[in-house]
Write a protein that binds this ligand. Structure first.
Ligand SMILES: [Zn+2]
Length: 353
């Protein structure tokens, strides 16, 4: 229903295997709640014409905020999961009250600018590069934010809707989970300024015993190799974060890929090494899980022209002869974490209906 433009009561009854009176009751409630509208008559299968119903997609909205070291992203999605407002702002993280107040102020201005009323929000997600405690009160660990001790997570008192704090890799993975045509189980690899990931089994993200599941950035690929931001050596992050490429092109990933496309041979060499390490990691994840691997994040959004090159490198590792594709690219770009968190509340809202 949500994914279709219009539907009639008999169509809904057939799709959901419910009786017509039950559907009538549900539709009545949704009409009253302002979530559906009637848009005329529609011929139904063999029977008499029925009233065509349409979802009012912007009747309820969800806000996703993604905090990175230097930026903050605000995204609002509607009931169809479409992004109706989004902004990336430069705002350097600091573990200070002034940062937090500034963030709340920016959020208010963003919502005001796009005419989004608090009443229409069904939830707010806030993603960040670190481990969020199970009780949602603490950011327990974040190297990128240089936290020495856990950071207390605050939420402004005027928030009347559900909210959550979530790890950025997990939030990106949520965006994939809620996409159409995704398998029930897969592994997500996020190649952004830090490297993260998640494993989804039967539509559920595997959080792990300490909510650290999917910290693939710190899997060691080269003992004693390049230094990772965590202080150890040879970790996947040190070889495949977006910064590895950005450093070669004045700090910008987009510049790196623009020059690569122009045929810069030095960057081609850097990128070949990058793909070698990525291929090794993708292979390791696949051989362990036997699942599809979805690559996203900053770098993921630039990989489409190089996917066959990456696959060739993976094949060289593979001990099995696999004819089926198992490496895919995310449809999202840098807004993925904000979108994923926001979609979480849209799905929750729809499920409740
Ligand atoms: Zn590390």
């Amino acid at each position: 229903m949500i994914r279709r433009d219009t539907a009639t009561k008999p169509e809904i009854a057939a799709a959901l295997q419910l009786s017509l009176p039950t559907v009538g009751l549900i539709v009545g409630e949704l009409l009253e709640a302002g979530l559906l509208c009637e848009i005329g008559m529609q011929a139904s299968n063999g029977g008499r014409p029925a009233i065509a119903l349409q979802l009012i997609e912007n009747a309820r909205l969800s806000l996703g905020i993604d905090i990175t070291k230097n930026h903050v992203y605000f995204v609002v999605v509607n009931l169809r999961g479409e992004i109706i407002a989004g902004e990336r702002q430069e705002y350097e993280f600091a573990n200070l009250l002034t940062y937090y107040h500034g963030l709340v102020q920016r959020k208010r201005e963003f919502l005001k600018k796009y005419g989004i009323e608090n009443d229409s929000l069904v939830g707010q997600s806030c993603s960040m590069p670190g481990i969020v405690s199970k009780n949602q009160r603490w950011l327990e660990y974040s190297h990128i934010f240089e936290l020495k001790t856990p950071m207390r997570l605050n939420i402004s008192k005027d928030i009347q809707y559900p909210y959550m704090f979530v790890n950025d890799g997990t939030a990106c993975c949520m965006a994939e989970c809620y996409s159409e045509n995704m398998p029930d189980s897969f592994v997500y690899v996020m190649l952004s300024n830090t490297v993260g990931g998640s494993m989804v089994i039967d539509k559920k993200i595997v959080e792990g015993k300490n909510i650290r599941g999917g910290e693939i950035g710190h899997i060691c690929l080269v003992p004693g190799g390049k230094k990772c931001y965590c202080g150890r050596r040879g970790h996947f992050d040190a070889y495949c974060s977006a910064r590895v490429l950005a450093e070669q092109a004045g700090g910008r990933v987009e510049t790196f890929f623009a020059r690569l496309e122009e045929g810069d041979s030095r960057l081609a060499e850097v990128f070949d090494e990058y793909l070698d390490m990525l291929a090794l990691m993708v292979y390791n994840l696949h051989i362990f899980t036997d699942l599809d691997i979805v690559i996203g994040g900053y770098v993921g959004s630039y990989l489409a022209p190089y996917l066959s090159q990456l696959k060739e490198k993976i094949i060289r590792h593979n001990i099995f002869d696999e004819s089926k594709e198992f490496v895919f690219l995310s449809r999202y770009r840098e807004e993925a974490a904000a979108v994923g968190g926001a979609l979480h509340f849209i799905e929750q809202f729809i499920e409740k209906l």
